[in-house]
Structures are given as structure tokens and as C-alpha cells.
Design a protein around this ligand. Structure first.
Ligand SMILES: C[S@@+](CC[C@H](N)C(=O)[O-])C[C@H]1O[C@@H](n2cnc3c(N)ncnc32)[C@H](O)[C@@H]1O
Length: 313
């Protein structure tokens, strides 16, 4: 944890954690949090297929693409990652290349798309910089579409129509870490009502979000996605909770949880500042108190999320 740079003690204690750094820091947290039963169901459904064509929506630094490689599902993995931020996709190429080289694959020294090979096995990597609405896959016949921490920021019905159009019949949609309306901090701030109002504003900020004038999955993306899948003609195969538990063990945080915690506190603070109704001094007071609790290894954060596996009928 970088408390020396973070606990500034100035009148503006904001934290500048780079988004890519945050995504990388949350990888082990996500690994611990993914619902094991839903993940096992996905792996069982895919294992042994001669080829798997997978598309990851809002891939960020490629967390889900990494997993699909690590799970060793097939000898022919054709992966596509989509994100609107080209600088994140640059990192995906480097990360996946390193992962495959470590596993003995021969990877061409060029930007994706490329094909990596190892004793009869191939992994193809395609990366597309695009807004989801503007994306038109060249071959819309995926076996698997994944979306991690993504459905809260896009309009659900429109996205599901795209997913349905791009999956083969029987293809799978695996949507993970869908926020579902509960962010809890332990112990509460001493001004309990202030923190409750601030956390409620954090959820409301997700509800206020619009993409092309349409609401997104928002602060109840898990429950809403589940309902929209049923209404949208998908078969619901399995679902379960994938809560983030960023709680200290004997005063120490696991993996890079302290960075994730600070990044989320910063988001909550920023949303409070953007909404109005919270003074800078109140917000800073709250924020510095919470950071000090992290420094002491006391603060815990639990975020309720759902993982869902559905099939195209
Ligand atoms: C919360 S991050 C999750 C990243 C990754 N799936 C993970 O869990 O580590 C959401 C990602 O979606 C991308 N994104 C947001 N809106 C998008 C859109 N409309 N089209 C494509 N990508 C989008 C962002 O750039 C960001 O990388």
C-alpha cells in the first residue's frame, strides 16, 4: 500500500490511482470472488470442444481473456477483446503475450492480431478498440461471450440483443461481478448518517448514468440482468454471488486489496463531490478517516455482486 503518497493530509487528499493499475490490482480479488459453482459450470460446458471462439466485452486489461487461457479448455482458442480505451488494449497484448510465452507458446513479435502456437495448440488474439454500439464482428458466431464488471455501465436490453445476435445457437454468455446494490464499509464512520447518505449517493450515481440517453444496468445490474436474460429469450443456466470481500486478516490486507479499497473510496468521494450536497470539508474528513482506518488495517469493504451463466436458445 502506498500510504505515504496517499495520506497527503492536505486540503485535497485525492488519490490518483491509474485505471489500468486498478484493474491489475483487482485481478486477484476477482479471482477469489468469482462464484465457484457458476465458474465450474462454465468450464464443464466448454471443456473438450475442438475450438472455442470467445469475445470479451469491456475487456480492460484482459482479465477474462487471461482466465480463458489459464483454464486450458481447448487446443484452439480464438479470443477477441473489445474495449473503447486503446491504451488498455495495448496492455492486454503485452500481458497475454507474456502469459503465453511463460507457458511455452511461440508468440509472433507483433501487435495483435496474432496466432501463438505450442505443440499443436493455438491461441489467436484479436483486439478491437470500439464502443460496444459501434462494434460489428467480422464473424458473429461466438461460442462464448464474457462481460466482467461491465453490465452496470451499458444499457442491458440493447447489449443482450447484440450478445444474442453474435452467439452461436447454444452459445454461452458469462457475465461476472455484476454489482447488485450493496456497498458496506466496516466499521462505519462515526457520523453514521453521513456515510449512509454518501453510499446511497454512490449507488444513485450509477442509476443516473445514461448511455445514448438510455439507463444502464446501474446499481442493481445483477438482478436486472437476470430478469432481462429471461425476458430476452436466454436460458438461465446458473447464477450466484461473487461478493468482493476486502476485509483485513489479522490487520493485513490480502493481495492488492488496499489499492482497490483506496480506489473505491476515491470513487465514492468523487461521486459525492460531483453530486453536491456534501461539503468539501465533510468529504475530506470522511475520506481521511477511512484512509487512516486502512493504514491501521481495520477498514473492511464488502460489495455485493452476482455472476450469471446463460445460454442462447
Ligand atoms: C470496470 S472496467 C472492467 C474491465 C475488465 N472487464 C475487468 O473486469 O477487469 C469496464 C471496461 O469497459 C470499458 N467500456 C466501458 N464502456 C464501454 C463501451 N460502451 N464499449 C466498450 N468498452 C467499454 C472501459 O474502458 C473499461 O475498460
Amino acid at each position: 500500500m502506498r500510504q505515504t503518497t496517499l495520506l497527503t493530509g492536505t486540503s485535497d487528499p485525492s488519490i490518483d490511482i491509474d485505471f489500468a493499475e486498478y484493474l491489475q490490482a483487482k485481478f486477484p480479488l476477482d479471482e477469489r470472488s468469482l462464484n465457484p459453482q457458476v465458474r465450474a459450470l462454465l468450464v464443464r460446458s466448454l471443456q473438450g470442444r475442438p475450438e472455442i471462439r470467445g469475445l470479451d466485452l469491456g475487456t480492460g486489461t484482459g482479465a477474462m481473456l487471461r482466465r480463458l487461457i489459464e483454464w486450458g479448455l481447448t487446443d484452439n482458442l480464438v479470443l477477441t477483446g473489445l474495449d473503447l480505451q486503446p491504451e488498455l488494449l495495448d496492455k492486454v497484448g503485452t500481458i497475454i503475450e507474456g502469459l503465453l510465452r511463460d507457458r511455452g507458446f511461440v508468440v509472433p513479435r507483433e501487435q495483435p492480431p496474432w496466432q501463438a502456437e505450442r505443440a499443436g495448440q493455438i491461441v489467436v488474439l484479436n483486439l478491437h478498440t470500439s464502443e460496444l454500439v459501434d462494434y460489428h464482428p467480422y464473424q458473429p458466431n461466438f461460442d462464448l461471450i464474457t462481460a466482467q464488471a461491465f453490465m452496470d455501465i451499458v444499457p442491458l436490453e440493447d447489449t443482450l440483443r447484440q450478445v444474442q445476435g453474435w452467439l452461436k445457437p447454444g452459445g454461452l454468455f458469462y457475465a461476472t461481478l455484476n454489482y447488485d446494490g450493496a456497498t458496506q464499509l466496516f466499521p462505519s464512520f462515526r457520523e453514521v448518517a453521513f456515510e449512509a447518505r454518501l453510499l446511497a449517493n454512490y449507488d444513485q450515481s450509477m442509476e443516473r448514468r445514461r448511455v445514448d440517453g438510455k439507463p444502464t444496468g446501474g446499481s442493481h445490474s445483477g438482478a436486472r440482468l437476470l430478469a432481462a436474460l429471461l425476458d430476452g429469450g436466454f436460458e438461465l443456466l446458473g447464477y450466484g454471488s461473487s461478493d468482493w470481500n476486502m476485509t483485513p486478516e489479522r490487520g493485513l490486507y490480502r493481495d492488492q486489496d488496499a489499492i482497490c479499497l483506496q480506489a473505491i473510496l476515491e470513487c465514492i468521494r468523487k461521486e459525492g463531490a460531483a453530486a453536491g450536497g456534501f461539503s468539501d470539508s465533510e468529504l475530506n474528513h470522511w475520506f481521511l478517516d477511512r484512509l487512516e482506518r486502512i493504514r491501521c488495517g481495520h477498514l473492511g469493504l464488502i460489495v455485493h455482486q452476482l455472476d450469471i451463466l446463460a445460454g442462447r436458445k
